[in-house]
Design a protein around this ligand. Structure first.
Ligand SMILES: Cc1ncc(C[n+]2csc(CCOP(=O)(O)OP(=O)(O)O)c2C)c(N)n1
Ligand SMILES: [Mg+2]
Length: 385
């Protein structure tokens, strides 16, 4: 299944290595011929409890994320997108596999590499693209940009640029869920660099003490900008939550079927009062840290990136599985690809047509609205009673 659940065995688990899988090297470009060397053995759909139709849906979602990010890359290059822009290319399996099993009422909060997570939670491609373009129809009214996609209705709570800044906020959301007895969970994504921040430790400690419905997920792409994780931690990632007694697990995010099965089960456990969880979600970024950074260089070799791109592309891996299962061929893949490219082009056209925010927008969404008694409540009360 590609996952290792350490349950309450704090400190005893080893992070599972990503399974050695052979892709076609098509880089999201389609399945290899059935029966080709390295084709996956067994029935991974049965193993994960996922139907072939669900598998096709996962493929379509990941293809949408890939083509969306490629479009953003293109728009950035021609100056339509400014400021920082961190692409998620290579990490699509992590987003699709962990968010698609969630319920609509569940919350997601993330760091700044969050475009595709917003798409997975139901924010429209047009609203995400318009936000990247800094336009009024963007998810945050064009005032947030790439790092601050937000949609309260979809319970997508950002988009945060401060490394680890979202982790205490997630604990607050989880407390609100518990206090109001909602049947929901919150997933908090962070990069591997966030786990040495003080706020991470405070937030996990209190989540454990209060047994909050939070799943803290490290999208472990092995590097914080140009710093390899092993250079900044003597503790293995999967052990980071053990001081607080939070059960941890490792899952291969390049294997979307394993990731989906893992998060489907985990979310149910947490939803049913199981308390917080910690997940070391193994993945890899195929592009530079941000649009202005090189893909490889001093901190990782060209060969490493080529190898990971070739062998561990979550889209190619799933396309291979679907091909072997007899429900996908090159024509069907190309038709699906054309359909998502069309959706992405429409999103870009929508963003292009949207106006810049009105200058008066500078003064909105700056302060929270508070009640006349000067206090905010989470339970719907309006006054100080
Ligand atoms: C508190 C803080 N310190 C430093 C930075 C600068 N910074 C931006 S991204 C980044 C690396 C984060 O890496 P990681 O958490 O692994 O996420 P990834 O980029 O790999 O998704 C750093 C240090 C920041 N944004 N916030
Ligand atoms: Mg990282």
């Amino acid at each position: 299944m590609g996952s290792t659940d350490t349950k309450k065995k704090s400190g005893s688990a080893k992070a599972a290595a990503a399974p050695a899988k052979k892709g076609s090297g098509a880089k999201g470009g389609g399945p290899k011929a059935a029966g080709a060397k390295g084709a996956p053995a067994g029935d991974p759909f049965k193993a994960a409890g996922i139907t072939k139709d669900e598998g096709l849906h996962l493929l379509r979602e990941m293809l949408l994320y890939r083509r969306f990010e490629e479009k953003a890359e293109e728009a950035y290059a021609i100056g339509k997108i400014g400021g920082f822009c961190h692409l998620h290319i290579g990490q699509e399996g992590a987003a699709a596999g962990s968010i698609l099993p969630l319920h609509d009422g569940d919350y997601v909060i993330s760091a700044y590499r969050e475009h595709t997570q917003a798409l997975a939670k139901g924010v429209t491609p047009g609203a995400v693209m318009a936000e990247l373009y800094g336009r009024a129809d963007g998810a945050s009214g064009g005032k947030g940009g790439s790092m601050h996609i937000f949609n309260a209705e979809k319970r997508f709570m950002g988009g945060h640029g401060i490394v680890g800044g979202q982790v205490p906020l997630a604990t607050g959301i989880a407390w609100k869920i518990k206090y109001r007895k909602e049947p929901n969970v919150v997933i908090c994504y962070m990069g591997d660099a966030a786990v040495n921040q003080g706020g991470f430790h405070e937030a996990l400690n209190i989540a454990a003490v209060w047994q909050l419905p939070a799943i803290y997920v490290v999208e472990n792409n092995e590097y914080g900008m140009g710093t390899a994780f092993h250079r900044v931690s003597l503790t293995e990632m999967v052990n980071k939550s053990s001081p607080y007694g939070i059960p941890a697990s490792t899952v291969d995010g390049q294997d979307v079927l394993a990731t989906y099965a893992h998060f489907r089960d985990l979310a149910n456990e947490v939803r049913n009062g199981g308390g917080p969880r910690f997940v070391d979600l193994r993945t890899y970024r195929f592009k530079g840290h941000s649009m202005s950074d090189p893909v490889s260089g001093t901190y990782r070799s060209k060969e490493e990136v080529e190898h990971r791109t070739e062998e561990h592309d979550p889209i190619t891996n799933l396309a291979d599985h679907l091909t072997m299962a007899g429900v996908l061929d090159q024509d069907a893949f190309e038709a699906m690809d054309a359909e998502v490219r069309e959706a992405v082009n429409e999103a870009a056209e929508f963003a292009d047509a949207s106006p810049a925010p009105d200058p008066s927008a500078l003064y909105t969404n700056v302060w929270a609205e508070i009640n006349p008694n000067g206090r905010l409540f989470f339970d719907g009360r309006e006054g100080d009673r």
